[in-house]
Design a protein around this ligand. Structure first.
Ligand SMILES: Nc1nc2c(ncn2[C@@H]2O[C@H](COP(=O)(O)OP(=O)(O)O)[C@@H](O)[C@H]2O)c(=O)[nH]1
Ligand SMILES: [Mg+2]
Length: 221
């Protein structure tokens, strides 16, 4: 069942769709459907699967997340689900994936990232695993050329409920956060479902704004 659009979506979707210029996202004018791909990326055990499940439970669709798991409940390839929003005329279909964090399955990660419109980079905020987040970030940017500077990304500092967290500012400084054009940060506790929906709304905002701006620039030129 599609979800009726409200709030942010209702204000922006119609305008955005009307002005959109087709880049990576898929616009099907016949069925009036706009398709977007969002990937949760990050190190192993940072909370990607927990985040997608928390997100889908916000929509009352937890059972609809399809996971390909190993025998010990670790993500083998990816988790996947779709959410559909609809207004009177257009349908917005969002395909949501998580990458596997385990290095044994490294080969699957660039495949999951193919043709992505936006990334939620899920950080494990525990101070002991600071380096793992850094390695994962470097891996993420290695899959893109300069386009990484414009890719919509939300950095979600997950596990905020933990006591021994590293300082998020240190991480942002270390990755030269300020050089990215389409990036934002959030704090989440996926295990409690906190901040997950906001994160998702933020990535959609960045993705849709990007296409909207692109069309404006094209029109001016
Ligand atoms: N304390 C805490 N644990 C979390 C949080 N999110 C996920 N976890 C736990 O971290 C572990 C790995 O989570 P999972 O979602 O499987 O990580 P993934 O490998 O990134 O998909 C599990 O034991 C989760 O319960 C959180 O916000 N806080
Ligand atoms: Mg997982």
């Amino acid at each position: 069942m599609p979800i009726k659009i409200h709030g942010f979506f209702k204000c922006n979707l119609e305008l955005t769709i009307k002005r959109i210029f087709c880049l990576k996202l898929i616009i099907d004018h016949c069925s009036k459907t706009l398709s977007i791909k969002i990937v949760y990326f990050g190190p192993a055990l940072s909370g990607k699967t927990t985040s997608i499940k928390a997100l889908f439970s916000e929509f009352g669709k937890e059972e609809e997340v399809c996971s390909i798991e190993s025998t010990v409940d670790r993500t083998l390839f990816f988790d996947y689900g779709t959410v559909t929003f609809q207004n009177e005329e257009w349908t917005l279909k969002i395909h949501i994936y998580t990458s596997t964090g385990q290095d044994f399955y490294l080969v699957t990660r660039p495949i999951t990232l193919r043709a992505v419109d936006g990334v939620i980079f899920v950080i494990d905020s525990h101070e002991d695993v600071y380096e793992r987040n850094l390695i994962s970030w470097k891996e993420l940017i290695s899959y893109f050329s300069d386009s990484i500077n414009y890719l919509p990304i939300i950095i979600a500092f997950n596990k905020q409920d933990l006591e021994d967290k590293f300082n998020s500012i240190d991480f942002l400084k270390e990755i030269s956060y300020y050089k990215y054009q389409n990036i934002d940060t959030r704090f989440t506790s996926a295990i409690k479902g906190q901040g997950v929906l906001n994160c998702f709304e933020d990535i959609l905002r960045l993705v849709l704004r990007r296409y909207y701006n692109h069309k404006l620039v094209s029109a001016i030129n």
